[in-house]
Design a protein around this ligand. Structure first.
Ligand code: F6R
Ligand code: ZN
Length: 190
């Protein structure tokens, strides 16, 4: 990829985030995952198919300022997860381990409310609340998934090692131990 250089080094850069909408101006990479990208992830497959048939709404978007994916660089961006339910299960991201499993990540929630679910290969589980101003530190070895339990988009700024890579396959087969539902207006993790 082309990066701006000053002498022998990558040039420092700055960018703007529209905190209200969660959109990075001048993003370099944009990932859009619709309901149809989420087949196999929710407990109620029929409810997901109904949602897809009704218009296949966007589940989440990721905006990144990409940098070369090598040791030392940090990847930064915004994750914007829309509100909604599949059956009674709250909208969520696919979730992943990092391919380079000894790399962590930091999330700063800018708006909305929900959880960051985390799990390890050994079956350990953690669910930490996400709300505006909350920083969640994801240590190495923990898979992570965002869940939106509110009525507004759950917007988070994230930073991770640029060489981390993403391992989605293991979550597709393992699942995430617990799911988050809205039952009669109450959020339950079960
Ligand atoms: C990057 C990271 C986030 C997620 C984003 C979408 O390592 O954890 O940027 O990529 O929240 O979730 P996934 O990648 O699980 O679809
Ligand atoms: Zn990650």
């Amino acid at each position: 990829m082309n990066v701006e250089m000053i002498g022998n080094y990558m040039a420092p850069f700055a960018f703007d985030v529209d905190v209200a909408t969660g959109i990075i101006k001048d993003y370099k990479n944009h990932v859009v995952r619709k309901a149809s990208s989420m087949r196999g992830y929710y407990a109620d497959a029929g409810a997901l198919e109904a949602l897809i048939a009704e218009g296949d709404p966007i589940h989440y978007e990721v905006f990144e300022r990409t940098v070369p994916e090598v040791y030392g660089n940090l990847m930064v961006g915004i994750s914007k997860l829309y509100p909604g339910v599949v059956g009674q299960e709250c909208f969520m991201t696919k979730g992943h381990y990092h391919q380079v499993i000894q790399t962590g990540e930091v999330y700063l929630c800018l708006g909305g409310s929900g959880y960051l679910l985390m799990k390890t290969k050994e079956g350990d589980f953690s669910a930490l609340p996400m709300e505006r101003g909350k920083v969640v530190y994801v240590p190495p070895s923990w898979a992570h998934r965002s869940v939106n339990c509110g009525d507004d988009p759950l917007v988070s700024f994230f930073v991770y090692n640029a060489e981390s890579g993403h391992n989605y396959g293991d979550i597709e087969t393992e699942g995430f131990i617990k799911r988050v539902y809205k039952r009669a207006g109450a959020v339950v993790i079960e």
